[in-house]
Design a protein around this ligand. Structure first.
Ligand code: SF4
Ligand code: SF4
Length: 510
């Protein structure tokens, strides 16, 4: 490789530096997955098959089975989870949230976020280590595949067999097959298993866009698990960073007992004249070798720690073998580790549940009082009002009507007050909607000028469906400040278009 001289920085040797040489040598790894020269440090974590690993494995396989089976189940004839983004309909546990349910969905989302805050404050990054699909699939699906091809089944660590040639391609093929399956499972949450089944059994040319989405998603998934790996947690995942921020000194974390472990050194501690010669850490480095993110937990709480508890299992084995007390690395919290008074209770553990109670209560109240249909009045584009030839003030509106049920229903509209006002559906007095259908129904609401005060006339409309359920809508009609009959000549000049529109509407109705 050719090199060229660069300007000598202050303090550099008289020989100067060459391109490709470091100006400053780092004293330690800046990032766990970077070599000193900035290249990727590939991790081959060893496997510590302790109690936490067994428990995590059971949880992981239960979750994998759950994620896979869930879209195939039916709740009241609907999938338990179906996130139909193009139609903006989200089905959760048999209930379909429609685009008009913004408030319900917002309350659900806020409740979800507050729950995450609460769980993190209590149990730290338990989600990252035990429940996140990235961890679950990486550690319990793809690493076992790696270990199979690398000849390290049951142990992990550096590959015993070189992963090149046919071995690399065979592993890539297995990754591709597994990722294709995972992508189809993932897509089922967005399109449903029925539509997915059609797409899978028909030619890709009949469904080129879904096929393209599936192919690109599969390739991205293969890239993630075969190449990006722990970088997803360290660099890409905002959730991991959020969780780190949400921890406090009394949150449950995986931590190393400095007071007990330091000063570390090889061999068991010896007590001479009541003084220990060293701490309990025998500096075997087992906790580092098993870490899937390549960090040393003895350096304290780190953003990279996904709380997988592999280091706990590894250190536990070491301590047992040396007949020393276990728990040098354990689940605890920062205050306990520093022997500070520690209570579970702190302000956030009161604030979060209170906020959660409020948002969930509001959700339940709105959810339980929901009618079988949604109705909302909106003003039409164009003029605010027009004056009909008979002198009525017409407001051209549109009724946003949604049938929330699975069955067709018919709806009728009437004006409750004032008595002299009337509603005139432009096409038909009865509106029919299919199950789940939404429609904008153009209507004309008219009232005589005497009902207007300062150009405003409050009206109450009633919408009833054929099951007898009704909704009352309050609305303000807009009109002129002066009686149009007294200034009919002026009106011709002021509102020529509106007057004409009104005549047209009347004609179409008759
Ligand atoms: S430090 Fe321990 S708990 Fe944290 S990621 Fe590494 S092995 Fe898992
Ligand atoms: S596994 Fe335990 S004893 Fe070994 S280096 Fe880590 S903390 Fe020290």
């Amino acid at each position: 490789m050719s090199t060229s001289k660069v300007a000598r920085p202050p303090g550099a040797t008289s020989e100067g530096l060459h391109v490709g040489e470091s100006l400053l040598k780092p004293e330690e790894h800046v990032l766990a997955t970077l070599e000193a020269d900035g290249s990727r440090r590939w991790l081959f974590p060893r496997l510590a098959q302790g109690d936490f690993w067994s428990a995590r494995r059971s949880v992981a396989y239960a979750l994998i089975a759950f994620f896979t089976i869930l879209p195939h189940l039916r709740f009241y004839g609907k999938p338990p989870v179906l996130l139909d983004i193009p139609t903006r309909r989200f089905t959760i546990m048999g209930y379909t949230f429609l685009p008009t349910d913004t408030l319900l969905l917002a309350l659900l989302m806020v409740s979800g976020f507050v729950s995450i805050f609460l769980v993190t404050a209590l149990f730290g990054r338990v989600w990252c280590g035990w429940g996140c699909p990235q961890t679950v699939y990486m550690e319990f699906l793809f690493r076992p595949i790696d270990r199979l091809f690398e000849g390290t089944v049951g142990k992990g660590g550096q590959p015993a067999k070189r992963l090149s040639g046919w071995r690399w391609w065979a592993r890539a093929a297995v990754y591709l097959a597994v990722c294709a399956f995972l992508t189809h499972t993932f897509l089922a949450y967005f399109v449903g298993t029925d539509r997915l089944g059609q797409w899978v059994t028909q030619s890709p040319w009949e469904h080129p866009i879904p096929f393209l989405i599936m192919a690109v998603s599969t390739i991205l998934l293969v890239f993630n698990f075969i190449y990006f790996r722990e970088q997803t947690c360290l660099i890409a995942c905002p959730y991991g960073r959020f969780q780190s921020v949400m921890l406090d000194r009394r949150s449950l974390i995986v931590t190393y007992d400095h007071h007990r472990g330091e000063p570390r050194g090889h061999g068991k501690p010896v007590v001479t004249q009541g003084e220990r010669t060293k701490g309990d850490c025998v500096d075997c480095n087992k906790c580092v070798q098993v870490c899937p993110t390549g960090i040393d937990i003895r350096n304290g709480l780190q953003m990279e720690c996904i709380h997988c508890a592999q280091c706990i299992d590894a250190c536990h084995d070491v301590m047992v073998k040396l007949h020393m007390p276990t728990g040098l690395i354990r689940y605890s919290n920062q205050d306990s580790m520093e022997h500070k008074p520690s209570s579970v209770w702190r302000p956030r553990l009161i604030i979060y549940p209170v906020v959660l109670l409020i948002t969930l209560s509001a959700f339940m109240v709105i959810f339980l009082t929901k009618k079988d249909f949604d109705a909302k009045l909106l003003r039409n584009l164009g003029g605010t009002f027009s004056v009909s030839p008979s002198g009525l003030i017409d407001n051209s509106l549109k009724l946003s009507l949604t049938n929330r049920t699975e069955n067709p229903h018919a709806y009728t509209l009437s004006v409750l007050s004032p008595a002299s006002a009337e509603v005139r559906a432009i096409e038909t007095p009865e509106v029919k909607l299919a199950g789940g259908e939404h429609s904008f129904v153009p209507i004309l609401v008219s009232a005589p000028f005497k009902n207007f005060d300062n150009g405003r006339c409050p009206v109450q409309l009633k919408i009833v469906n054929d099951s007898g359920q009704e909704r009352i809508i309050d609305y303000i009609l807009l009109g002129p400040y002066q009686d149009p009959s007294e200034r009919s000549n002026d009106l011709q000049t002021d509102l020529p278009e509106s007057a004409e529109t009104s005549t047209t509407i009347q004609a179409s109705q008759s």
